[in-house]
Design a protein around this ligand. Structure first.
Ligand SMILES: NC(=O)c1ccc[n+]([C@@H]2O[C@H](COP(=O)([O-])OP(=O)(O)OC[C@H]3O[C@@H](n4cnc5c(N)ncnc54)[C@H](OP(=O)(O)O)[C@@H]3O)[C@@H](O)[C@H]2O)c1
Length: 345
């Protein structure tokens, strides 16, 4: 096996990128080395570049979504074999990040990629599925709203007959939140999006799609016209100040809301009987790991059965070197799709 591989480095805070060679790292006990065939881009990647957070050491490799092939096993790893097709989430350091040709990952948060999915499709799943899952099912002490996961025994359809409101259903996080809500049995599953995404969101589980360009009061009226049941669970996958306020207004007393960005709800409307969590969507860190391990233990089955579907893929040209242009494109905005780079090209 080669000893050197390519990586895309962010050379300095807010600075330029360059593709450079590095040593291929060796997996330690309980870890695997993955040869990355596809890596998806996420808003956090361009935000790290533009605002300089998370990263302490430069030059730095970004990217936290991967699918590829197991290249080497660390001591004690028995669940995988060299050559297995897998998907996994990365982390923000040069060993675990995914804008490179090889990355290390703990085996307990790797899943085999079933044959019905391509590498490109597989790479769209880890970060945003983790964000949806950790927000809904992690404990309240660990940035979730503590529902019971549908992939664990007794969890499927546990919330049958209860409505859920998901702001931003066509976002990558939104698509996974809709799919998990469906597995949990929520009904109706009410979401907002541009009208052109309505049919697609219904195909993955939304029951009602409200035009996101309507004024807030009309979105609220539309929700009331769909269900007279109190909305006790809501997820704002966009979490801009206006979407947070709207979603908080729709949430009934006694309900719980997941945000993906820092809380920005008008102070005068905040009441003690509405619980708000700000999710951290990464299964590597200790307080998110336990639920992540549980999810990854069932992920292959969920993907093979089509219970969890990938986002729509747009492949970027020029391998690792094409990713910086992809990040600029993502910053300008995508609609119900995921930009994917291929590090081996
Ligand atoms: N806390 C965490 O750990 C965590 C994890 C993941 C993501 N995030 C954050 O969550 C947000 C969503 O990430 P993502 O990857 O899911 O995004 P994404 O896939 O890039 O989202 C694109 C979608 O957002 C919708 N949208 C864009 N601007 C909007 C606006 N002003 N109001 C309402 N909807 C809008 C669009 O819907 P239409 O095309 O239908 O109009 C589009 O389909 C980002 O801010 C990201 O940084 C946080």
């Amino acid at each position: 096996m080669a000893t050197k591989a390519k990586a895309l480095y962010l050379l300095e805070p807010k600075g330029p990128y360059a593709v450079q060679e590095k040593d291929i790292p060796q997996p330690g006990p309980g870890e695997v080395l993955v040869q990355i065939h596809a890596t998806a881009l996420n808003p956090v990647d361009w935000k790290i570049h533009d605002y300089n957070f998370f990263i302490k050491d430069y030059p730095s490799i970004l990217g936290t979504d991967s699918s590829g092939v197991v290249a080497k096993l660390g001591e004690g790893v028995t669940a995988f074999a060299v050559g297995d097709r897998v998907l996994h989430q990365g982390y923000f350091d040069n060993t675990h990040a995914t804008f490179q040709q090889y990355a290390i990952v703990p085996a307990e948060i790797v899943a085999k990629l079933p044959d019905n999915l391509s590498f490109d499709q597989g790479s769209t799943i880890p970060l945003t599925l983790a964000t949806a899952a950790l927000g809904l099912y992690n404990t309240k002490a660990n940035k979730g709203i503590e529902l019971f996961p549908p992939w664990e025994e007794g969890g499927r359809n546990k919330y049958a007959g209860q409505p859920i409101f998901i702001y931003g259903g066509s976002s990558s996080v939104g698509q996974h939140t809709i799919q998990l809500a469906k597995l949990s049995g929520f009904s109706p599953i009410i979401t907002t999006a541009s009208k052109h995404n309505e049919a697609y969101l219904k195909s993955i589980g939304a029951t009602h799609v409200i035009d996101r360009t309507l004024p807030a009061a009309e979105v609220q009226s539309a929700v009331k016209a769909i269900t007279s049941e109190p909305i006790k669970v809501a997820y704002d996958t966009i979490s801009l100040p206006d979407t947070q306020n709207l979603t908080y207004d729709i949430l009934a007393p006694g309900g719980s809301l997941v945000l993906v960005l820092e809380q920005n709800i008008d102070k005068e409307k905040i009441t003690k009987d509405k619980f708000v969590a700000q999710v951290f969507g990464n299964v590597h860190v200790p307080d998110q790991r336990k639920l992540g391990v549980s999810l990854y233990s069932k992920l292959t089955e969920l993907l093979a059965a089509g219970d969890i579907k990938p986002n729509n893929v747009e492949v970027l040209p020029n391998g690792l070197a094409g990713i910086p242009d992809g990040l600029e494109k993502l910053k300008k905005g995508v609609s119900a799709s995921k930009l994917v780079g291929r590090p081996q090209e």
